[in-house]
Design a protein around this ligand. Structure first.
Ligand SMILES: C[S@@+](CC[C@H](N)C(=O)[O-])C[C@H]1O[C@@H](n2cnc3c(N)ncnc32)[C@H](O)[C@@H]1O
Length: 287
């Protein structure tokens, strides 16, 4: 038993869902820009949590305030923390039913709208693992309408990862909330580190970013974010922000132009394989 506990603490959890704009693949680059020393960590656009998990693996005692406006996503984190065994049982049931008749079962779950906490979260994870392109996203009416994906053997229940994640999230130092980023950042103080990874500003009017910006994050929100960035800067926080290399963002943050770094990346989540070529995004830092 003791040994099992030791193993769990030594492992780093992976994001439990594939999330639009997920930063797992960019971690080798992003980690080079994370400040060496800081007090508390703030991540108000948490998504799949790749950066949080990376930081916690370096310092399990880190004090963190993490949040997102997506309520089902935050409910998932809380459920994994508090009720992981029940969640795993529910996912195992989904998995068993799916393999009996994938197509029929997938659409049955997709059309359900469960009220119970465990069922809501296991539905999100199940759909994320089995839907086309592996991305859970709702349309403007809040409905999930993505068709079934072409998977031979989807890993619906990643039991070990959920258990590791549950253990990590039980750390007293981590606060998880569903709220807008401005509310989440009120507590940030001098020497805290804030990573801002908002839904990206579309690069051109022709770019199909609808799948990416379902969060209804428009240019006004980018402006709100800029105001927040300046506020945090004047408080003495260390801030790192990811965004697309769009003209609007570069102009909005022009006073930080000496601290804009270009990053070449591949956006693996593009459903059109022809568009899966490398592209450039930006990092803006105030340190
Ligand atoms: C680019 S994703 C973050 C991806 C994350 N870094 C990862 O590795 O998965 C942006 C996130 O911002 C959230 N979001 C959208 N509008 C928001 C708002 N006003 N306040 C807080 N979060 C918001 C979305 O739900 C989404 O999870």
């Amino acid at each position: 038993m003791k040994q099992q506990y030791k193993q769990i603490t030594a492992l780093v959890p992976k994001p439990f869902v594939k999330w639009a704009g997920g930063k797992r693949q960019l971690l080798p680059i992003l980690s080079q820009h994370i400040p060496k020393n800081f007090d508390t960590y703030f991540e108000p656009f948490l998504g799949g949590g790749a950066v949080l998990f990376h930081l916690i693996s370096k310092n399990s005692q880190l004090k963190c305030f993490v949040s997102d406006l997506n309520s089902t996503l935050i409910l998932s984190y809380v459920t994994i923390r508090d009720k992981v065994d029940e969640l795993i049982m529910s996912l195992e049931e989904h998995s068993e039913n799916y393999f009996k008749n994938p197509e029929e079962y997938y659409y049955q779950v997709r059309d359900n709208n469960p009220k119970n906490q465990i069922d809501q979260v296991s539905r999100l994870i199940f759909l994320n693992k089995t839907c086309f392109n592996g991305l859970y996203r709702v349309n403007s009416k809040g409905k999930f309408n993505v068709p079934i994906g072409k998977y031979v053997n989807p890993n619906i229940v990643n039991k070990e990862n959920l258990q590791i994640l549950s253990h990590v999230l039980q750390s007293k130092g981590i606060s998880i909330k569903c709220e807008d980023f401005t509310t989440a950042l009120r507590k940030a103080q001098e020497d805290d580190f804030v990573y801002l990874d908002p839904p990206y500003q579309p690069v051109s009017s022709t770019a199909n970013f609808t799948s990416y910006t379902n969060d209804n994050f428009d240019y006004k929100d980018q402006e709100r974010l800029f105001i927040e960035f300046k506020k945090l800067d004047s408080k003495g926080c260390k801030i790192m922000l990811s965004n697309s290399k769009s003209q609007e963002v570069i102009e909005l943050f022009s006073e930080y132009s000496d601290n804009i770094i270009e990053i070449n990346t591949n956006r693996f989540i593009n459903s059109n394989s022809k568009k899966r070529t490398g592209h450039t995004e930006i990092l803006i830092k105030n340190y």
